[in-house]
Write a protein that binds this ligand. Structure first.
Ligand SMILES: *[C@@H]1O[C@H](CO)[C@@H](O)[C@H](O)[C@H]1NC(C)=O
Ligand SMILES: *[C@@H]1O[C@H](CO)[C@@H](O)[C@H](O)[C@H]1NC(C)=O
Length: 209
């Protein structure tokens, strides 16, 4: 993955948390494929930031981004595919589309809610990214859509069989490290990030609409 200078801040691999979880289900399969739901920051964003009101620092839908794989550039913070793309390919799924892409609204194989620059905390790059609480609300809206077209039983099965991928925390810590005016001790800040992350994993979100 090539990284441009303006992306450098986002790609704090060391402080980034990669979490792979899978729902458990003893029931049969909804269909041959398991859905993939993706949440997080620029490491996983397939182009959601193309569709929000933001600044050029948080968008990559221009040359030479994507040059090794996408034409035109998809909005990935990379010269090619990202980790979720390779996981999707390995699972024999199509590339999982950006949830905010207006051209794709079926999401039969899952959806990607990730937004470059976003953090676990709503304050992280607030106003120019989609924060993780909003990812959850979008996910709840999508669940409502599945429930509508599939019915309760198949919706439950789809969600419990699905694989959930998270990449988060890196931008929160980057903001903290570059903030010379905070009164918080780093341990307090880490507690806040971990606390909010735990909430995200535990809370069953409610649709916005
Ligand atoms: C914090 O950093 C900014 C930008 O680098 C600088 O202008 C400001 O003086 C710094 N504040 C303190 C309290 O060091
Ligand atoms: C979550 O983050 C907010 C700041 O965005 C903070 O006030 C709150 O205490 C955190 N929650 C937990 C459970 O740590």
């Amino acid at each position: 993955m090539a990284v441009t200078k303006s992306d450098l801040g986002f790609v704090l691999i060391l402080s980034c948390l990669l979490i792979l979880t899978s729902g458990q289900s003893s029931q049969g399969h909804f269909n041959k494929h398991v859905a993939l739901f993706i949440f997080g920051d620029s490491l996983f964003d397939p182009g959601n930031n193309n569709y929000i009101n933001t600044t050029p620092d948080f968008q990559t839908n221009f040359w030479p981004n994507g040059e090794s794989y996408f034409n035109p550039p998809s909005g990935r913070f990379s010269d090619g595919r990202l980790i979720p793309d390779f996981i999707a390919e390995f699972a024999r799924l199509p590339l999982i589309p950006a949830y905010l892409d207006p051209h794709d609204n079926e999401f039969l194989y899952g959806a990607n809610f990730a937004s470059g620059g976003s953090g676990v905390l709503v304050e992280t790059n607030a106003g120019v990214v989609v924060d993780m609480r909003t990812h959850l609300q979008y996910f709840a809206n999508l669940e409502k859509h599945y429930r509508h077209i599939l019915g309760d039983a198949k919706d439950d099965q789809l969600l419990s069989d699905a694989v959930y991928l998270f990449s988060c925390g890196g931008n929160d810590y980057q903001i903290f490290l570059s903030n010379n005016e905070t009164s918080l001790h780093h341990e307090q800040y880490v507690e806040m990030v971990i606390g909010n992350m735990s909430d995200v994993f535990k809370v069953r979100p409610v649709p916005m609409l």
